[in-house]
Write a protein that binds this ligand. Structure first.
Ligand code: SAM
Length: 228
C-alpha cells in the first residue's frame, strides 16, 4: 500500500512513521508513506499554503488552489478526479467518526490519500471537490490533521498482511467481532496480594477459553452494550 499525506507540518509525522507499527510496516515493504509539504509544493512565491477567511473572523484557512496544485504535481492528474481512483480522505472533526470497519475498508486499497487541515481548517471547496470522504477521530478538536492521519494510518497498517508479529491477535481483539476483548494479565502472578485469576494459571485451555468468552461478554455488556 502507498499512502500520501498532504499537510503543512510534516515534521509531526516523522516519529510515528519511524517507530512502532508504521515503521515496521514500512521496513517490511507492506507500506510506503509519502509526506508532501504543502508549503514546499505551494505555487505562491512566499510558499504560503493558507490565507485569511473571506467574510472575516480569526485564524487562517488552507487554500484549495494550493492543495489542488500539490496533488496535481504528485499525481500528474486533475485533482478533482483523484477521489474516483482511490480514497481521498479529508481529516476533519466534522467527518464520519473513524472506526475499525473503516480501517478494514481502507486497508483493502492500494493507494490512500490524506488531506490535513490546520488553524481554522480548509477552504470548503476542498471538501466539495477534492476529498472523497471525511473522517473524524472523535468529537474533539485537534490543532491539525497530521496526528489524526497518523492515527488512521496506524489502524490501517496493522491490518496489512504480515505487519503484526502474530496475525491471530487481529482475530481476537476488540472490534474484530461484536465483543470487546477479555482482560489480559501477565507476570507477576501475585502483585501486592492482587493475584491473577486462578483459571489463567490452571493450564486447562477449555476453562480458559470459556472464562475469556464470559469476561468479554460481561465487559461488553457493561461498557459498550451498543456493540451487542
Ligand atoms: N475550525 C474547524 C471546525 O470548527 O470544524 C476545526 C479546525 S481544526 C483546529 C484544524 C484541523 O485539524 C482540521 O482541518 C483537521 O484536519 C484537524 N482536526 C481537528 N480535529 C480533528 C478530529 N477530531 N478528527 C480529525 N481531524 C481533526
Amino acid at each position: 500500500m502507498k499512502a500520501h499525506v498532504f499537510c503543512t507540518l510534516p515534521d509531526i509525522l516523522a516519529s510515528p512513521l519511524r517507530c512502532g507499527t508504521l515503521g515496521r510496516a514500512m521496513d517490511a515493504g507492506a507500506l510506503e508513506v509519502l509526506v508532501h509539504d504543502l508549503h514546499e509544493l505551494s505555487p505562491d512565491p512566499h510558499h504560503k499554503a493558507d490565507d485569511t477567511p473571506y467574510g472575516g473572523g480569526p485564524g487562517m484557512v488552507l487554500r484549495v488552489d494550493v492543495l489542488a496544485h500539490a496533488m496535481e504535481s504528485v499525481f500528474d492528474a486533475d485533482a478533482t478526479v483523484l477521489k474516483e481512483r482511490f480514497p481521498v480522505v479529508l481529516l476533519t472533526p466534522q467527518g464520519k467518526r473513524f472506526d475499525q470497519s473503516q480501517a478494514r475498508e481502507l486497508a483493502s486499497h492500494e493507494t490512500l490519500v490524506f488531506l490535513c487541515g490546520r488553524y481554522e481548517g480548509v477552504d470548503e471547496r476542498v471538501r466539495e471537490h477534492l476529498a472523497g470522504r471525511e473522517v473524524s477521530l472523535g468529537d474533539f478538536v485537534l490543532a491539525g490533521g497530521e496526528i489524526a492521519a497518523a492515527a488512521v494510518l496506524e489502524a490501517v497498517a496493522r491490518l496489512l498482511p504480515g505487519v503484526l508479529g502474530n496475525d491471530e491477535s487481529l482475530l481476537r481483539e476488540s472490534f474484530s467481532g461484536p465483543m470487546l476483548e477479555y482482560p489480559q494479565y501477565t507476570r507477576p502472578a501475585d502483585w501486592r496480594g492482587r493475584r491473577v485469576p486462578d483459571v489463567l494459571v490452571s493450564g486447562d485451555h477449555g476453562r480458559i477459553r470459556a472464562w475469556r468468552e464470559e469476561q468479554a461478554r460481561q465487559r461488553t455488556l457493561h461498557r459498550r452494550p451498543d456493540l451487542l
